[in-house]
Unconditional design. Structure first.
Length: 146
């Protein structure tokens, strides 16, 4: 189970084995995971009196997963246009973020984190490759589409 989320079936096994009085280490061996996974699961998803219900635990885990990392979207905004233009000019993510800090010093939310710019660059390059490939297949002369 290394590197995967617990499933509802895993949670049902945890509940059954816990009700039978088995240790967290034994449960972990049965599920082929680390004992800390079981400990964390019981700590996060058991009710306050310590009652562990698999369906309730799954619902809590699903809720946490949905609300954990809200995506930072750079879509159809002036900031997105600025970043795209900077990438078209072959500016580095550091240059884009630095210029945003200089040009908009009073807007702390305006400068994207530099680690978010490379994925956008990849998306732009991928879209350009797709556009170029589609143009070739359609028989259009390929000029710099991006």
């Amino acid at each position: 189970m290394h590197g995967h989320h617990l499933t509802i079936e895993n949670r049902e096994i945890i509940a059954q084995m816990r009700a039978a009085g088995l240790s967290q280490a034994r449960i972990a061996r049965r599920l082929h995971c680390h004992p800390s996974t079981i400990s964390r699961e019981l700590r996060r998803n058991a009710d306050s009196p310590g009652l562990y219900l698999p369906s309730q635990a799954q619902a809590k885990a699903d809720h946490r997963r949905r609300h954990s990392k809200q995506p930072w979207k750079l879509e159809d905004t002036p900031l997105a246009d600025y970043v795209k233009e900077g990438l078209r000019r072959y500016w580095s993510p550091e240059q884009i973020a630095g210029r945003l800090r200089i040009e908009h010093p009073d807007d702390p939310g305006g400068a994207p984190r530099m680690n978010l710019i490379p994925p956008l660059r990849f998306r732009l390059e991928s879209a350009c490759l797709v556009d170029t490939a589609m143009a070739c297949q359609a028989g259009f002369p390929v000029v710099d589409l991006c």
